[in-house]
Design a protein around this ligand. Structure first.
Ligand SMILES: *Cc1c(COP(=O)(O)O)cnc(C)c1O
Length: 484
C-alpha cells in the first residue's frame, strides 16, 4: 500500500498495474446535507475522503486553484435539461473538454504531493492523448515550476482544432510530439517507458521522475467523482428527483475513466440506477459488456468522435479489480492475456457484477442524426462525443421504456468539432474546415466563439516534432537529454 501522494506522483505502479483506493471513504450519509454546497465546497468534501494524507487546507488549495475564472460558468459544470435528458456540461474549462475537470486540479495535487515527499527532482509528465487530454494537461502544467510535460498525439487522428490547440502551446516546459500511429500506439509507447526500469533509473540519475496525466493516474479519477454528485444535487434542487431516488448516468466512453468515476460515485453513496457506457464504432466495451469477452483484435476505425477512438481502455483494469473481489492475481492474469493475445474472458462470477452497466454504441450516421435531431427539436447543440451518449440513451429508453431521469455527460464543446457538427446539421457545410465554421456556429447558436479558441488559427506553431510509434522512448530521451 502507498500513500495517495505517492500514488499520484508515480502515476502507475512499478509492476505496471494501476493504483486504486485501498479503502473507499464511508458512503455519504445525507445528500441533503451536501445540497447547499457550491462546486468547490463539494469537491473539498468528497476529495478529502480519498486524499487521506492531505490536510483539508491542502485539498482546498488544490480545489480553489483549479475551479476559478478559468471556467466560463459560475456553476463550473452547468446542468441543462433539454430533449428529455439532463446534460451535465463538463466543457466550460480552458480547453473546452471534460478533461479540464481533473487536469486543472492535477498540477496542484502533484505539487503538494512532491512537497510532502520531499521530492527534489523535476517531475516529467508523460502523456498519450486521443486529442483532449493532451491540451488540458499542457494547459495545466505549462509554466509550473519543477515540471516538464511531454505529450504524444496521433498525428492524423485528432480534429484540426485539437491539433492546433496542442502545437501552439506556449511554455518552455512543454513538448508536443505527433506520432505516426493511433492513440493505442501512443498509449502503448508511453506505458512501455513507465515499464522500462533501466531507463527510469537513468532519468532519475539525471534528476527527473515520471508521472502521468492520463486517467491511469488516480489523481485524475478522484476529481471526476465530484461532478456526478454535483449533477444529482442540481436535479434535487430543481425538484427533478426526490432524495435517494436513482438517476441513470450516460457516458460517452473511450479509456473508461469518466464512467469509472461514476461507478466510484455510486460506491460513495450516489443513487445511480444504471451506468450507460456509450461507444462509437470502436465498440470493444459494448461487446465486453454484452459477452464478458474483451477483444481488441480488430481494425481500428477513425471516427468523428476521435477522443473515443480507443481499443485498449486502460481503466477497465480498475473495474476488473472490483469485479474480482479485489483479487490482484486475477487481474494480473487478465492483463497478461490482453498483452499477449489482445483478448481475455472474465468469469461468470465477475460478469454478475456488471449488472449496473448497460453497453451501447452508435454509428457515425446515428451520431450525426442525434446532433441534428436535438438541434432541431430542442435548440441544443451537442458535440460528436456527447451525441454518441445521447444516441445510446435513446436506444436504451426505446428498448426499456425506463422513465428514470438520465444525466448525459457532455464531454466537449461543439466548437471543438465544428466541422463534423455543422456537417451533421446540413450537408452543405461538408468539406469545409473547422476554423472556417467557428463563426458560423457562433452565429447559429447566438453566442460567441469560446475565448480559448477564438484566435487559435493565427497563433504561432511552436511544436513540429514527429516520431514513429516505436520511437516514443527515444523522443523522451532526447527531450530530457538522457540516453535511450
Ligand atoms: C476523453 C474523452 C472521452 C472519453 O473519456 P474516457 O474517460 O477516456 O472514457 C469522451 N469524450 C471526449 C470529448 C473526451 O475528450
Amino acid at each position: 500500500m502507498v500513500s495517495s501522494a505517492r500514488a499520484i506522483l508515480r502515476g502507475i505502479a512499478a509492476d505496471g498495474g494501476l493504483f486504486v483506493p485501498a479503502r473507499f471513504p464511508e458512503p455519504v450519509a445525507s445528500l441533503e446535507a451536501l445540497s447547499g454546497m457550491d462546486y468547490r465546497a463539494l469537491a473539498c468534501r468528497l476529495m478529502t475522503g480519498f486524499l487521506t494524507d492531505f490536510t483539508e487546507a491542502e485539498v482546498r488549495e488544490c480545489v480553489e486553484g483549479a475551479y476559478d475564472a478559468k471556467f466560463d460558468a459560475p456553476e463550473i459544470a452547468p446542468v441543462v435539461k433539454r430533449a428529455g435528458v439532463h446534460f451535465l456540461e463538463l466543457y466550460h474549462g480552458p480547453t473546452l473538454a471534460f478533461k479540464d475537470m481533473a487536469l486543472t486540479v492535477l498540477p496542484h495535487l502533484l505539487k503538494i504531493a512532491g512537497r510532502k515527499l520531499g521530492m527534489e527532482r523535476k517531475i516529467v509528465i508523460l502523456t498519450a492523448t486521443s486529442g483532449d487530454t493532451g491540451k488540458a494537461a499542457l494547459e495545466g502544467f505549462a509554466g509550473v515550476e519543477g515540471t516538464e510535460i511531454i505529450v504524444f498525439f496521433p498525428r492524423h487522428g485528432v480534429s484540426e482544432v485539437q491539433k492546433r490547440q496542442m502545437i501552439t502551446q506556449a511554455g518552455d516546459n512543454t513538448h508536443v510530439i505527433g506520432i505516426e500511429g493511433n492513440f493505442d500506439d501512443a498509449q502503448t509507447g508511453v506505458k512501455a517507458v513507465f515499464g522500462d526500469t533501466e531507463f527510469l533509473r537513468r532519468a532519475e540519475a539525471a534528476g527527473a521522475v515520471f508521472s502521468s496525466a492520463n486517467s491511469i493516474n488516480v489523481g485524475r479519477l478522484i476529481p471526476q467523482i465530484v461532478y456526478y454528485f454535483h449533477a444529482y444535487l442540481s436535479l434535487l434542487r430543481a425538484g427533478e428527483v426526490r432524495s435517494g431516488s436513482p438517476i441513470h448516468v450516460v457516458v460517452p466512453t473511450g479509456n473508461f475513466g469518466n464512467i469509472l468515476a461514476a461507478y466510484y460515485a455510486e460506491r460513495l453513496g450516489l443513487p445511480v440506477g444504471r451506468l450507460l457506457c456509450a461507444s462509437n464504432r470502436n465498440r470493444v466495451l459494448y461487446e465486453f459488456l454484452r459477452t464478458g469477452v474483451y477483444d481488441r483484435n480488430r481494425e481500428f476505425v477513425p471516427t468523428i468522435s476521435p477522443s473515443m477512438d480507443i481499443l485498449i481502455s486502460s481503466n477497465l483494469e480498475r473495474l476488473l479489480f472490483a469485479l474480482s473481489g479485489e483479487d490482484p492475481a486475477a487481474v494480473r492474469a487478465l492483463m497478461a492475456a490482453l498483452a499477449k493475445d489482445g483478448r481475455y474472458a472474465i468469469t461468470p462470477e465477475m460478469r454478475a457484477g456488471l449488472g449496473r452497466f448497460y453497453g451501447g454504441w452508435a454509428s457515425e450516421e446515428e451520431t450525426r442524426s442525434a446532433i441534428k435531431e436535438v438541434w432541431e427539436s430542442a435548440g441544443y447543440l451537442m458535440d460528436t462525443h456527447t451525441a454518441v451518449g445521447y444516441a445510446v440513451y435513446r436506444q436504451y429508453a426505446a428498448e426499456t421504456g425506463d422513465p428514470t431521469p438520465a444525466v448525459v455527460a457532455g464531454t466537449a464543446s461543439p466548437f471543438k468539432f465544428a466541422r463534423d457538427v455543422m456537417a451533421a446539421l446540413d450537408p452543405r457545410y461538408a468539406g469545409r474546415g473547422d476554423f472556417e465554421l467557428l463563426q458560423e456556429m457562433a452565429a447559429l447558436t447566438g453566442g460567441d466563439v469560446p475565448a480559448p479558441i477564438r484566435d487559435l488559427e493565427t497563433r504561432p506553431i511552436r511544436h513540429r516534432r514527429v516520431c514513429r510509434k516505436d520511437e516514443v522512448k527515444a523522443a523522451v530521451a532526447e527531450v530530457l537529454g538522457v540516453c535511450a
